[in-house]
Design a protein around this ligand. Sequence first.
Ligand SMILES: *Cc1c(COP(=O)(O)O)cnc(C)c1O
Length: 397
Amino acid sequence: MSDFARTRALFDIPEGLIYLDGNSLGPLPVVAKQRVADMLANEWGKHLIKGWNVAGWMAQPRRIGDRIGKLIGAPEGTVVMGDTLSIKVYQALASALDLNPGRKVVLSDSGNFPSDLYMAQGLIGSLGRGLDLKVVEPEDVEAAIDETVAVVMLTEVDYRTGRLHDMKALTAKAHAAGALTVWDLAHSAGAIPVDVFGAGADFAVGCTYKYLNGGPGAPAFIYVAPKHAEMARPALSGWLGHEAPFAFDLDYRAGHGIDRMRVGTPPVIALTVLDAALDAWDGVSMHDVRAASIGLCDLFIREVEGRCPELTLATTRHGHQRGSQVSFRHPAGYAIMQALIARGVIGDFRAPDAIRFGFTPLYIGEKEVLGAAAILEAIMKDRLWDKPDYHRKAAVT
Ligand SMILES: *Cc1c(COP(=O)(O)O)cnc(C)c1O
């Protein structure tokens, strides 16, 4: 059994705060402070450039990739870290399109995160070979997979509603139609059990600052299925993805396997934080996390629906069909979230009208769920949200 009392003590969360936004930015792992201080003083400070070899910095992207691989069902040596998720989406989609040159359609859905769609639009524009990004409603994805589709590019958990796609079934359908898949695990990795290899995913990508608690701007990961690893052509052919970076050849030759998905110099300080953050998962079963998360989400839905009739549930009631988040809709959603934040309950707002709460059993329990529901009830009953201050939009919502 996973010990969530132990994991909760691993995070530095301000006293009295109910933090339901670990789906956007995980909290600070206590151990990261010391680990980074050590890295700065004893690795960078003492070794300087020698750190690349003696402190293992160059091996970090693969070593940490393997740690993440364990959380997403990826075999050793199939995941590597680097860049941001948007870049990894571009990279995965470019390689997938290259492996399926005869087709013209990239299929995605309207529940995908805009950056994924933007990256696809940009890539299609640069390739200039008449590709078309087809965006359908999430429920219509399965029916839209046909013999015109080159790549099905989806985010497994919808960032707004939490709706969960069936990765295995959609991948099987894509393969039967001769298409490849790119799965974005931004709201899956560290939130729900994932089995990229078992599901047959061709490419998968994800970020590490959400449920993996790697800190603001933490590097992303990319998985390439073993069957494609030696064939995938990296569109971003940087020197660290080269077969022999330190040969300084003038021509690019892709490195072996997942190494070719590296681009440039790894962000060593950020990876050090992430490495420390991943310690929280040692001894934790993702199935226990899933069971606890479904319990917390169910409880929150029950409490909020009982106390706040004006809010409309935007998330499915079926625990197994959603990720680890719950959203409610209200026309004044933004102001309601500001009122919550002012009272120490942190979630976030997603346009046009969703207030969103992430449930992360590593450090959230029933006490926080009940506390948040009670504060939300008070805000709704007395219209405490209806203040000019709460209507003013900040740059980041
Ligand atoms: C959070 C998120 C992103 C963010 O991409 P960055 O490049 O890390 O800013 C992209 N796609 C999805 C699906 C996300 O949830």
